[in-house]
Design a protein around this ligand. Structure first.
Ligand code: AMP
Ligand code: ZN
Length: 499
């Protein structure tokens, strides 16, 4: 079998993967900013890295996977000025900032469960690592690569670039252009040059989330948490750093600068960037309303789709694109994915229950099946190419189905080849791609069954309300709330969602 090659954003090439410490891998992926429900775009990124994590485990590595929760410092507009996204939401929803964080962290975890995404080994929060972040700012200051201005601390990108000649290397930004760009920002005057960025920000009186520091009562810059937490849990130099490619600049570029600025060495050996989920040809994004919620996808309550799709069909749909390619969500594509998912899962279900005596000698079919199995893993070794690996699996389906249809004898190949075939399907579909067999004989999925039950419950509650039987209607609502099911009464009727 071939060796694992991964595309490193740093070199812009595929490289043979060699871990820093034999048998071990440290991997850090930027997690969500928990100020709103995750959309399918966010979910795509976490599923992409889930498959990478699962494949590395499959290859026998002991992986420490760190995926953070951003709960402070990420400002509206991703800039160095403006309101914190969490605090803004807290005001809007009349909640404590930490209530916002808890609410959307719970929602995020629930979605990760629904899509069968494995939890990371460590899930650190930015607010739990303020001390580490302050220490990192101090180190950068001690190394003379940052300066204090009115209680805020800015990273000095010009000094850094003069010393290391590496600012812009990861994102491929032209340095001179960056350094000459001027933006009309409030605190731009405090910066020595426009490319500098805040690593500590002084908070004004209205600011909700702030901590004491040697420079001011304030809060850390958005990029700092990932530098501090990856160093704490994976060391100064670790194997893989990942995230969506929209984070390459400024977030990851600044992370690299901070790590080098603090300890003199680049954080990650390999940088992996996953591509964006599109809808109608545009990036799925909250800020311009181009989103579809998982709930809408499951129930079909959206103008963009004609029916609901199950979480595993959606996961399968995402597997059909390489993680570095964009993927455009549409009704036709989901509908095709539904067919493909069923075909493969049903073939697997049949395969796993075959009792196979087999022939005693290998023949041509043995060789053909073994070559196909090997090519499935060659594709995965080629920068985790899930669409091509799936295509190779599909090539094996007619062989499985020919037995199902009684067109072939089991004696056509050996029991060893059959065992390898079973193992390959189990490993690739279930363990690596993380697909569950959710198709029942009626082809229903769990979520739509739940929706069916919920429609009945809501109807009973509606009846109770009509009869002014408030005890029953409240009892139903409270019982659902206990199960984290939120009932919303609106002008167009009552709807439900997972809280
Ligand atoms: P955020 O919560 O905005 O910090 O984003 C969490 C993760 O989702 C980041 O890794 C982003 O790169 C990723 N992301 C945001 N929008 C999309 C999208 N449309 N497609 C894929 N990933 C996305
Ligand atoms: Zn990050």
């Amino acid at each position: 079998m071939s060796e694992l090659h991964i595309h490193n954003s740093l070199s812009r090439q595929k490289e043979i993967f060699k871990p820093i410490n034999l048998g071990h891998i440290g991997m850090y992926v930027c997690g969500p900013t928990v100020y709103s429900d995750v959309h399918l775009g966010n979910i795509r990124t976490f599923i992409s890295f889930d498959v990478i994590y699962r494949y590395l485990i499959h290859l026998g590595y002991k992986v420490r996977y760190v995926r953070n929760i951003t709960d402070v410092g990420h400002l509206v507009g991703d800039l160095d000025t403006g309101e914190d996204k969490i605090a803004e939401r807290a005001k809007l929803e009349d909640l404590e900032p930490m209530e916002v964080v808890q609410k959307y962290t719970n929602g995020f975890h629930q979605m990760m469960d629904i899509f069968n995404v494995l939890p990371p080994s460590i899930e650190p929060r930015a607010t739990g690592h303020i001390i580490e972040q302050i220490e990192m700012v101090q180190k950068i200051l001690d190394n003379n690569l940052a300066y204090v201005k009115n209680g805020s601390v800015y990273f000095d990108t010009i000094k850094f670039h003069k010393k290391y000649e590496s600012y812009g290397k990861l994102s491929g930004r032209i340095i001179d252009k960056l350094f000459s760009e001027t933006r009309d920002l409030k605190n731009q005057k405090e910066k020595r040059n426009p490319a500098d960025f805040a690593i500590w920000m002084k908070a004004d009186d209205r600011h909700l989330m702030k901590w004491n520091s040697p420079w001011s009562v304030g809060f850390p810059g958005w990029h700092l948490e990932c530098s501090a937490m990856s160093t704490k849990y994976l060391g100064e130099h670790f194997d893989i750093h990942g995230g969506g490619n929209d984070l390459k600049f400024p977030h990851h570029e600044n992370e690299v600068a901070q790590n080098i600025g603090a300890c003199g060495c680049a954080p990650a050996k390999y940088w992996l960037h996953s591509n964006m989920l599109l809808m109608n040809g545009r990036k799925m994004s909250k800020s311009d309303g181009n989103t579809i919620t998982p709930h809408q996808l499951f129930t079909g309550e959206s103008e963009h789709i004609t029916k609901g799709y199950s979480p595993m069909v959606i996961r399968f749909f995402l597997m059909q694109a390489h993680y570095r390619s964009t993927i455009d969500i549409s009704d036709e594509a989901l509908s095709a994915a539904e067919k493909g998912y069923k075909k493969l899962i049903e073939a697997n279900r049949y395969l796993q229950q075959i009792h196979h005596e087999g022939s005693s000698v290998e023949n041509e079919l043995d060789i053909q099946i073994k070559e196909s199995i090997s090519s499935v893993f060659d594709e995965l070794n080629d920068d985790f190419n899930t669409p091509k690996a799936l295509a190779r699996l599909f090539e094996l389906v007619p062989i499985i189905n020919s037995y199902k249809n009684g067109k072939r004898e089991f004696q056509d190949f050996t029991a060893t080849t059959m065992a390898e075939l079973k193992q390959c399907f189990r490993d690739v579909l279930m363990n690596i791609m993380g697909l569950l067999d959710e198709t029942s004989s009626q082809g229903n999925n769990l979520y739509s069954s739940l929706d069916g039950v919920m429609q009945l419950v809501l109807e009973l509650r509606q009846k109770a309300r009509y009869n002014k039987d408030w005890t029953t209607s409240d009892k139903i609502r409270d019982a659902l709330a206990k199960e984290n099911i939120l009932v919303k009464d609106g002008k167009e009727g009552t709807s439900w969602s997972l809280n």
